[in-house]
Design a protein around this ligand. Structure first.
Ligand code: ADP
Ligand code: MG
Length: 862
């Protein structure tokens, strides 16, 4: 079915089985004169048609049903389908005899009418409708003997020509109404003289009215030929014929039946004339115009006439009424009478015999008529059956129509799906192509990534090597740096002298210190203009040295804190010698505290790619052996803060629980914190200056470092301590509370000295806990930690005693570190070493990048 192209609205049904049944009859079709109005014959003709030109599916015959109309329409014989052909039913052929069947005539057995015979031997066809379907059958008297008398025949279209067709004479045209005359000189097929009847015709809708005909039953023969549309095609001329306004021929298409220039005779069209109405024959076109060549009318004879004819055929003369013997003369009368009598008797006997034969013939005739009636009855039954079947088929067609509609819906959805499938297939192909290209891309990417991976591996390897080298380098640097600081001394002492203040200058105070050998870290104490003692420190800063000069030598400690070492920087000295100035400084002239933290952040910034640092600051005060947090903001004047204690933590360090550790990330925050601490120190007392001199102000900077490269972590502390004034108690001559303060200060300062001393002598016991100050500083004194002491002195000769005390204390601290052996070196030997180190330093200065190296020996050995 897939190959078959559907043209709605025809539904195709397989009728091959019917065709097979009727196939062997088709060779008899040329003898067809009429048809049986059975479905079988219709189907048979349809099969014939379909076999020639109709649809076949897979070699099978099919029949079409129109889906436009629910009624059954056999497409053959429709106006829409030209060239319908009718053939005989299989029953007809089975009979072997030719039977003329029509509703008008009944069944006539094998008797043939001459007029029906086709002289050319061509088949003649009669439209089914004319003979049995549409025309109501006129009553045909049973038992009547068919006998017709020729009444009249006309050569239609001829005005002057009388022609003979067989024995019938056709006179010129008459009694017509409408139509035009057509003539042809073409030979009619099998043309002989007799066929000149077909050379003229009447063309167009027309009628013939024979008024002269008396009432009775008539038989009409009509003669047709297609002489106009000689090239066809079929369907150009289709028309109906009416007798007495009754359609007797329907949809006659001459060309379709016999082609052009071929005679077609429709005979024995029976009609009745009542009264003096005459006979009316009408030709009416369905498609195109009707055409007719001849009309022949015969009258149906009476029964008596038929009987006479029958007798004649039996060879018997019609016996007239006998004359009476009385009419004959006497003489030979007796003999003659006797002979006649004898003859009469024998004739009577013959008559009796004849009557008997006649009776038999009548009986036979009755029998035949009954048979005819039965045949007619069965014919009617068949017709009813056909109607019933037609209706059934109609309903089937209706149902099929629904199915076909459904099917067409399915077909359309199938088409849609097919279209979608095609689109999807195209998409699929496109995606496949894309996928292939992506695959290729992936392969390329894999290649590139493997190359990159190998490069990365190379670089990682390289980086690891570099890292290792770097870490080693850092470690080495740290160690070297530490070594340098150690060489410089883990406890270093810088001496700073303040300038004479305006009052002292006004009082013309004398300078007791000579800074002529300041560069060598030496200062000379004079008394009354005479040099009394030379002091030597790691650095000596004269009154002219500014904060920056001082810090220059302090900066390396900041690096050391970030390297993980604990540092302690404190300022020691008599009140008013500039401890606070050195450590805190002023806003415009910032001291060691701020500058160290500033330096820390500079180094943090420099190292940010390799180290991560967290810096926090605590500010506290030790006064009378009590620790006070200077960053507690709620501290109010006169209100003492809660007491803080020192605790040892797990890692071994010291910690003051509850102390504020302010996190700082930049120098601005540092300044804020320092100022807060400074203010806190000030508010703690009614007399800020006095108080500050008698307490230790301590800044603790806590640094957490992480080496990003190797994950190494460090924790270190930087203590920045502004110690209380170191002036001697005897001089101050104080009492009560002030005495207690002074004692506490002296104790803590001497504890500091003791601790340093114990560290220097590597004593097994270091007395850190003797004061809060040393206890707090425990982590940053001794071991790896570095200590820087600023010894602050006054230049005023009036302060000389205190100055000497401070310088002696500082010398003790420094002397301990350097060790007595070194001290004991003689000056020539020392000079020799100095020279050697200087040379070595010059060489290293040119080769090493460590810029601090030259300074260390200069200070160390100066
Ligand atoms: P301390 O803290 O030791 O008691 P201060 O730091 O308060 O001493 O200093 C006392 C005074 O001396 C302050 O007015 C300070 O400005 C001044 N002073 C101290 N050292 C210097 C210095 N190097 N240059 C200038 N002025 C100084
Ligand atoms: Mg001070």
């Amino acid at each position: 079915m897939e190959d078959f192209e559907w043209h709605d609205p025809l539904l195709i049904t397989d009728v091959s089985f019917l065709r097979q049944q009727g196939l062997h009859h088709t060779n008899s079709q040329t003898h067809a004169e009429c048809i049986l109005p059975t479905l079988c014959s219709s189907v048979g003709s349809l099969m014939e048609n379909s076999a020639e030109s109709g649809p076949t599916v897979d070699g099978r015959s099919v029949i079409g049903f129109s889906l436009a109309s629910p009624d059954l329409v056999i497409c053959m014989g429709s106006h829409d389908v030209p060239s319908p052909r009718y053939e005989l039913s299989p029953e007809f052929f089975k009979s072997g005899d030719r039977i003329d069947v029509s509703l008008e005539n009944g069944i006539k057995g094998s008797e043939m009418k001459e007029s029906l015979e086709n002289p050319a031997g061509n088949e003649e066809e009669i439209c089914t409708d004319s003979s049995f379907e549409l025309v109501a059958s006129p009553f045909v008297e049973q038992n009547s003997i068919k006998h017709c008398t020729h009444v009249m025949s006309i050569n239609v279209g001829s005005t002057d020509r009388i022609v003979f067709e067989g024995a019938i004479q056709f006179s010129e045209d008459c009694c017509f109404n409408g139509g035009d005359i057509m003539r042809t000189n073409d030979p009619i097929t099998g043309d002989g003289e007799g066929l000149s009847l077909y050379h003229t015709a009447r063309f167009g809708n027309c009628s013939y009215h024979f008024e002269i005909l008396e009432s009775g039953t008539y038989m009409v023969d009509l003669y047709f030929a297609e002489i106009v549309f000689t090239d066809g095609p079929p369907g150009m001329r289709v028309f109906d014929v009416f007798l007495q306004d009754q359609k007797v021929v329907s949809c006659l298409d001459i060309y379709a039946r016999v082609g052009s220039n071929n005679p077609l005779v429709i005979s024995d069209l029976k009609t009745c004339i009542n009264g003096d109405e005459g006979l009316l024959i009408r030709f009416e076109g369905v498609i195109g115009s009707p055409i007719v060549c001849g009309i022949s009318i015969r009258k149906f004879a009476s029964a008596e006439a038929g009987e006479v004819e029958l007798l004649e055929r039996m060879g018997l003369a019609y016996m007239p009424q006998c004359e009476s013997p009385q009419d004959i003369g006497y003489g030979s009368m007796d003999g003659e009478f006797h002979r006649l009598q004898m003859e009469h008797e024998s004739q009577e006997k013959e008559l009796v015999e004849t009557k008997r034969v006649l009776e038999e013939v009548k009986r036979e005739n009755e029998l035949k008529s009954r048979e005819c009636q039965e045949a007619l009855k069965s014919l009617n039954d068949l017709r009813n059956e056909l109607m019933r079947k037609s209706m059934h088929v109609g309903s089937l067609a209706f149902a099929i129509e629904g199915q076909v509609k459904e099917k067409s819906k399915w077909f359309s959805s199938l088409r849609d799906l097919t279209r979608k499938l095609k689109l999807l297939k195209m998409d699929h192909i496109a995606l496949l192509e894309e996928a292939t290209s992506f695959k290729q891309c992936l392969a390329d990417i894999d290649d590139v990534s493997s190359i990159i991976q190998s490069k990365i591996n190379e670089h990682t390897q390289l980086c690891d090597d570099v890292k290792i080298k770097f870490v080693e380098g850092v470690k080495e640097r740290k160690e070297l740096y530490n070594k340098v600081l150690e060489l410089k001394g883990n406890i270093r002492v810088f001496c700073r002298c303040r300038p004479l203040n305006p009052e002292e200058i006004a009082a013309e105070a004398t300078m007791a210190i000579d800074f002529s050998s300041e560069k060598d870290g030496e200062l000379i104490v004079k008394s009354n203009g005479i040099s009394k003692k030379i002091f030597k420190f790691d650095a000596v800063f004269s009154p002219q040295a500014d904060q920056a000069d001082v810090f220059k030598d302090t900066a390396p400690f900041a690096t050391s804190v970030l390297d993980g070492y604990n540092i302690c920087i404190f300022a020691y000295g008599q009140t008013g010698t500039g401890k606070t100035f050195t450590m805190e400084g002023s806003h415009d002239n910032r001291g060691v505290n701020y500058r160290t933290l500033e330096e820390l952040f500079h180094i943090v910034e420099d190292r940010k790619k390799t180290f991560r640092y967290e810096i926090s600051v605590s500010v506290l005060e030790v006064y009378n052996e009590q620790i006070r947090d200077l960053l507690i903001s709620e501290s109010q004047p006169g209100v003492t803060s809660k007491r803080l204690e020192i605790k040892q933590v797990v890692e071994g360090g010291r910690h003051v629980p509850g102390i504020v550790e302010a996190r700082v990330t930049n120098v601005n925050e540092v300044w804020e914190v320092l100022r807060t601490g400074s203010n806190g120190r000030a508010v703690g007392s009614t007399n800020a200056n006095e108080h500050s001199s008698r307490s230790h102000c301590m800044h603790c900077v806590m640094v957490k470092g992480e080496n990003i490269i190797n994950g190494e972590c460090t924790r270190s502390k930087l203590w920045l301590v502004d110690l209380a004034g170191s002036e001697r108690i005897a001089k101050t001559e104080v009492q009560g509370e002030r005495l207690k303060e002074t004692q506490n200060i002296n104790r803590s300062l001497s504890a500091l000295g003791d601790v340093i001393s114990a560290l220097a002598t590597k004593s097994p016991h270091i007395p850190f806990r003797n004061s809060k100050l040393t206890h707090l500083l425990q982590d940053s004194l001794g071991g790896d930690s570095k200590t820087l002491m600023f010894v602050q002195i006054s230049p005023n000769e009036n302060d000389l005693t205190e100055t000497l005390c401070s310088l002696n204390f500082a010398s003790r601290v420094r002397g301990i570190e350097l060790g007595p052996a070194k001290k004991q070196m003689d000056s020539t030997e020392l000079f020799k070493y100095k020279q050697m180190v200087r040379v070595a330093c010059l060489i290293r200065k040119n080769t090493s990048k460590l810029e601090f190296v030259p300074s260390y020996d200069a200070n160390l050995f100066s």
